[in-house]
Design a protein around this ligand. Sequence first.
Ligand SMILES: [Zn+2]
Length: 103
Amino acid sequence: MADAIVRNVTHEVGRYWVQSRSQPDQEHLCDLLYFDGNGKCSCQNFQFTCEPKLVRGAKPDKTLRCWHLRLAREVFLQDVLTVMARKEKDGAKPKRTEYQLKR
Ligand SMILES: [Zn+2]
């Protein structure tokens, strides 16, 4: 992926500003939780290509995401995994094996 700037919207889980590729002085707003977790973006590509299908009831799918959504999802996933990895390391949660034994 290119080195576009992705900024989390302060205090809003799953919402990101993603820098435009064609116009670096502009940003698109991505809401990852929209459309049952498919995500929604303010760019024209998403609005004209992906959104109409989602509005008609299409299920979340990687083909229904613009470049900005894919990038924001990557950042979101890394943030979540980092938090999970640190919690596990700190012993805040049972170790994975102990957890499995209890079930
Ligand atoms: Zn977009």
